[in-house]
Design a protein around this ligand. Sequence first.
Ligand code: HEM
Ligand SMILES: [Ca+2]
Length: 255
Amino acid sequence: MQSCDASLLLETVNGIKSEKDTTRSFGMRNFKYVATIKRALESHCPSTVSCADIVALSARDGIVMLGGPRVELKTGRRDSKQSYASDVESSIPNHNDSISAVLSRFGSMGLDTESTVALLGAHSVGRVHCVNLVGRLYPTVDPTLDPEYAGYLKARCPTPDPDPKSVLYSRNDRETPMILDNMYYKNVLEHKGLLSVDQQLASDPRTAPFVERMAGDNGYFHQQFARAVVVLSENNPLTGPEGEVRKDCRYVNSN
Ligand code: HEM
Ligand SMILES: [Ca+2]
C-alpha cells in the first residue's frame, strides 16, 4: 500500500474524489497550516521539500510541542501524483474495529504489538466527535465502560444520531488533553477508553501487559512511541525519481 506520500492532501479534481473528501477522513482538519509551511518553503527554496516530508516533520515537531519525545526522522519522501480514495476504507482502521484487525493492519507495516500499543497512546491528546462515540452509549451503554464516565459522555453527546458535521465532541483524555503522556493507558485501565478499540487494548491478553507497563512508566511509553513513529514514517514512501515534489500540496504539478 502507498504511504507517506502526501496523497491525503490532494483535493478532489475533475470529479475524481480524493482521500481527504471520503467520509472516513472526517475529523482531519487544519490543512491550512500545511499550506502556510509550503508557501514559506517555496519562496525560499523552490521545488525542494516535498509535502510528504512536511507532514512527517510537522508530526515530529507536533509531538515535541505536546510534551512527547524528540524523534529523529529521515527526509527524502516524494509526493504522489494521485490520491487513493478507495484505499482509505480498506486500510485505515475504524473506531469499532476489533483489536485483531488493528494488530494485523499495523503488523503489515512492520509494527509489532508493542509498537501498536504505543502508537494508540496518541489518543492521550485531541478529541473524538460524537458520531464516533454514540455506538457505545445508545441504545444501551457498553458494559465495559465505567458508568460514571458513560454519564459524562452522554452529557457531551446527548443524542444517538448526531449530525456528523456538528461540533459535538469529547476530549480523548480529560485530565491532560494537550499532553502526549501515558494518561491514555491509565484511562483505559479504569474503563475510560473512548473508542471500542481503546477499551479492547486493555483487556486483550496480547496487548494488556504493554498497557500496564506503559500506564506505570511514562519514559517507557515515550521510548516505544518514538520507535514506532520512526517505523510509521518510513512505511513505503516514494523516493529518488519516483513521484514529484509538489509546488502546492493540494494539487499535482501541471507539467
Ligand atoms: C487502531 C487504530 C486507530 C483508530 C481506530 C483510530 C480512530 C480514531 C478516531 C475515530 C478518532 C476521532 C476522530 C473524530 O471524531 O474527529 C481519532 C482521533 C485521533 N487519533 Fe486515532 N485511531 C487509531 C490510531 C491512531 C494512531 C496510530 C495515531 C497517531 C499515532 C492516532 C492519533 C489520533 C489523534 C491525535 C486524534 C485526535 C485528533 C483530533 O483532535 O482531531 N490515532 N482516532
Ligand atoms: Ca494526555
